[in-house]
Design a protein around this ligand. Sequence first.
Ligand SMILES: [Zn+2]
Length: 188
Amino acid sequence: MKKLQLNLVLLAMICSTLLSFKCQSSKNSSTTASNEILSSTKSEKNKLNNMDTTKIVKTDEEWKKILTDEEYNVLREAGTERPFTGKYTDVKADGNYYCKACGNLLFTSETKYHSGCGWPAFYDNAGNSAVEMRSDNSYGMQRIEVLCKKCGSHLGHIFEDGPKDKTGLRYCINSISLDFKEDSTKVK
Ligand SMILES: [Zn+2]
């Protein structure tokens, strides 16, 4: 009987060692992937004529004056609009998408695609001055947050399940963070 107990203890020890090793290795690989996204987007060449890098800094009170409660919740408190409720999810028109908070050019319709995820999806941003990334470990998930590079407002998250024939990236963006201007102002 004692021998059986000893065997069980040994088995439990081996299992827990294996499990912790597996956790460690999967954690490492996902961190590496995240770092690759962060560094690749930082080293992107400028694709559009969006070179204004002036930062916009406002207090919470100032943001509250120019944003609705819903916009403030998403843009300044990193909230998320409910899927399939945003006004730009299925928009296919030609034009540009600007930051709702500061007007910075973020995305163009040329890189917008239908992902079926319930939010507007883009496979690329509109150039070096458009967005920046930050690790986001909230809600027990390892994600990469997408922020407006000029005003630091929260836009959404970036994932690696985008179109493989393009960048392979999916910028999953809240409609409420965007301001779409059709064709006439399109930057070529
Ligand atoms: Zn902005």
